[in-house]
Write a protein that binds this ligand. Structure first.
Ligand code: FAD
Length: 364
């Protein structure tokens, strides 16, 4: 059996999931190199900051929607059968206000908040809330059983699953994507490099994709637990501010957000945003604090900011050749990297297979 030397660049959810699927084939010898690894919290590393829940945003019939549909079974399976992955089932209520439909957050969540969404037939226990149960100002709302991913457990869990399959992890910060070919743990040149560098694909030499841009998300993690997830289409605090509440598995606390600020690179939590996020969260779900309490009842673990790695034309998953090095790109997953992780990784693995099979045929 001939072997394939593969270097995956990036250890966010995209790189780790791609490495995991690649490593299931014993012919693939996989090295993962990254500037940031699970355990790090950095503005250049989006994955640890995600909520992270499964809330489909893709427009009906789009690739995006198809990737979300195709990733659900894997996330459901992990919640059902591998609780050590840090993923658990959580009911979610999603509220919609028609007045948000032309705002940034309203457009972002248009499919999610529709009364008849394409995903209603496969998520668990989907129901539209009866009109008489809608809170004041809400035009429609839906409820289903989703998952919530504790990223602090899930990302290291992905590393452990990759290592079990023989992947080798190395820290490195690349200047040029083609340099990755020289970093394989065997010392041999990589047959394929998989680029999963997220937002850095905008500046990394050899990629330099100017379609990639940040969407800033400010969040906080609190010890309070309201018991289920809630989200809403927008807020009265401006078109880029929104509210969501995600209680995570295994004592991970509750992530409260947030903002959806396009082309904003500010890495520091803004106290004004934080204040508004807390006020809105309590309004959206008063179960966060004890009766009679206000925001002082929130027990904050940390404030944070993550930059969602968005791309104008959507994620880029395609083959490329840079300085003679065969590259497969898998980046640009915006605010939905977890909920498309398995299907996008599968697509990238298919492209890697095309390259390695071509290499094997050339040897015959
Ligand atoms: P990243 O996690 O940013 O990883 C990039 C990797 O590339 C890192 O390891 C980095 O060190 C490495 N790298 C970059 N440049 C170099 C270099 N030059 N050399 C070596 N290594 C390099 N998604 C969901 O599905 N559901 C949610 O509920 C959700 N909520 C979110 C909430 C917030 C506040 C944010 C910020 C994001 C949210 N997302 C959510 C989106 C999700 O987090 C991202 O889509 C996803 O994390 C992107 O992962 P990635 O692996 O592509 O990029």
């Amino acid at each position: 059996m001939s072997t394939n030397n593969i270097v995956v660049v990036g250890a966010g959810v995209t790189g780790l999931t791609t490495a995991l699927l690649l490593s299931k084939n014993p012919a693939n010898k996989v090295t993962v190199i990254a500037k940031h690894m699970p355990g790090d919290y950095d503005i250049e590393y989006a994955s640890p900051w995600a909520g992270a829940s499964y809330m489909p945003f893709g427009k009906k019939g789009s690739d995006h929607a198809e990737w979300e549909r195709a990733t659900w079974p894997a996330l459901r399976d992990l919640a059902e059968n591998q609780p050590e992955s840090g993923i658990h089932f959580q009911d979610i209520t999603i509220q919609n206000r028609l007045k948000d439909q032309n705002t940034v957050t309203g457009q972002w969540s248009a499919e999610l908040t529709s009364a008849n969404p394409w995903f209603k037939d496969f998520v668990l226990n989907f129901q539209n809330l009866p009109r008489d149960q809608l809170p004041p100002g809400i035009d429609n709302a839906q409820k289903f059983t989703s998952v919530c991913i504790n990223t602090a457990i899930y990302l290291p869990w992905l590393v452990s699953q990759c290592m079990k399959n023989g992947c080798v992890f190395k820290r490195a910060s690349l200047e040029h994507i083609s340099d990755a070919a020289g970093t394989h743990h065997t010392g041999n040149k990589a047959d394929v490099v998989v680029n999963c560098t997220g937002l850095a694909s905008r500046t990394l030499a050899g990629v330099a994709d100017d379609q990639v841009y940040p969407v800033r998300g400010q969040i906080m993690i609190v010890r309070n637990d309201p018991g289920s997830m809630t989200s809403i289409s927008g807020s009265d605090d401006g078109g880029e501010e929104v509210t969501y509440i995600f209680p995570r598995a295994a004592g991970g606390g509750t992530v409260i957000g947030g903002t959806y600020q396009k082309n904003n690179w500010d890495p520091l939590p803004d106290p004004n945003f934080a204040n508004r996020i807390m006020q809105r969260a309590l309004k959206l779900d008063p179960r966060l604090v004890k009766e009679g309490q206000g925001v002082e009842g929130l027990d904050i673990v940390r404030h944070g900011v993550g930059l969602r790695p968005a791309r104008t034309d959507g994620p880029r998953i395609e083959k490329d050749q840079v300085n003679g090095v065969k590259v497969v790109h898998n980046y640009g997953h915006g605010g939905f990297g977890y909920q498309v992780s398995f299907s996008c990784a599968e697509k990238a693995v298919g492209l890697v297979n095309e390259i390695t099979q071509q290499k094997d045929r050339a040897k015959l």
